[in-house]
Design a protein. Structure first.
Length: 340
């Protein structure tokens, strides 16, 4: 149901006032529930590091990576680019049905040039399947268009190659080994997170490259925040069966509905207590779930950076599959090693 605007509320007020009804407000916080902000603009903007260029493209960087001279990394946004099917001049980097192949390829060239200085820099993407499948790749796996491999995690220690994860709400996690010069990228939706793709990925880095957790740094990129990520009770049950800290990842949230708040009597039901469909929704903190996996894998808390941007709240900057009901583009999160 779409949210009521201020003019809509004025009309509702007039209509109900004619029937002799007055509005009231419920004290939801007194019941111990959080409430979502009334508008995304009220969400505090987290700290981030962006590098806009003259063509309007904006790339988000984690400060933890920018301090390493041999490392290439960046999180794309939707600003800039050649795509016009969602809004005008956007940077869609996924081969979605609505966008043309040629436009996406040009967008990727623009993005790669911004991150590496070379629009034709080799990159490996995956046919992502919400799995725990992790691939060690080389330049032979790079392709400018469709991905050749299935999976949700990438590893390499080969210079001159970008690892690219595609998202539009799921959490992208990038990891670098400062000592052995190896990198990894993971696509962590709730299914991949449940399967411990990030924690297992750090284990694979230890096997493949001899990485030690103390030498690893990681950045958790933009994704749907707990403020907007409602899930079913079955998801909580799955997490409770796998993680001792699972209760800390969930909270009940009441949506802030202006009409419901002003006229609560209109929404009373005859159902028994506990059986009404009016109530809090269950929200999952997916970024925190992956941060906890990095900690369990042995990384120090100060070695983990969290961008903190919610893609669902900030659809002016990011694509969001959930907020835009599936009709949206895709971002890329990339990491790689510079050639000497």
């Amino acid at each position: 149901m779409p949210r009521a605007s201020e003019p809509d509320l004025d009309q509702i007020d007039q209509l109900l006032a004619g029937a002799g009804l007055r509005h009231g407000r419920r004290k939801l916080m007194a019941a111990g529930f959080d409430r979502q902000p009334k508008h995304p603009a009220q969400v505090p903007a987290p700290k981030r590091h962006t590098r806009p260029v003259p063509n309007g493209i904006e790339v988000v960087h984690s400060q933890i990576f920018t301090e390493i001279p041999w490392l290439l990394s960046g999180y794309s946004t939707r600003t800039g680019g050649k795509t016009n099917v969602y809004n005008s001049g956007e940077l869609n980097l996924g081969f979605t049905p609505a966008d043309s192949r040629e436009t996406v390829l040009e967008n990727r060239r623009l993005f790669f040039r911004q991150v590496t200085g070379n629009p034709d820099f080799p990159a490996v993407t995956l046919r992502q399947i919400h799995s725990s499948l992790i691939r060690r790749v080389t330049a032979s796996d790079a392709a400018p268009a469709e991905a050749r491999l299935k999976g949700d995690g990438l590893l390499t220690n080969q210079p001159g190659l970008l690892l690219a994860i595609q998202t539009a709400d799921c959490i992208p996690v990038l990891v670098a080994d400062r000592k052995n010069r190896a990198v990894a990228a993971f696509h962590a939706g709730w299914r991949g997170t449940l399967k411990r793709i990030v924690q297992n990925g750090v284990g694979r880095m230890r096997i493949e490259f001899g990485s030690r957790p103390g030498d690893l740094i990681a950045a958790i990129g933009p994704g749907v925040g707990q403020c907007c990520y409602s899930v079913g009770e079955e998801v909580r049950s799955e997490f409770l069966s796998q993680f001792a800290y699972a209760p800390e990842l969930f909270r009940d949230v009441y949506d802030s509905d202006p009409v419901r708040e002003k006229y609560p009597m209109l929404f009373l039901t005859a159902r028994a207590p506990g059986h009404s469909n009016i109530g809090p929704s269950l929200h999952l903190d997916l970024a925190e779930a992956n941060r906890r996996q990095l900690l369990d894998a042995g990384l120090a808390p100060e070695a983990i950076s969290v961008i903190g941007d919610c893609t669902s709240c900030q659809t002016g900057r990011y694509f969001s599959h959930r907020a835009e009901h599936g009709f949206t583009g895709r971002m890329l999160s990339v990491i790689g090693i510079r050639k000497s």
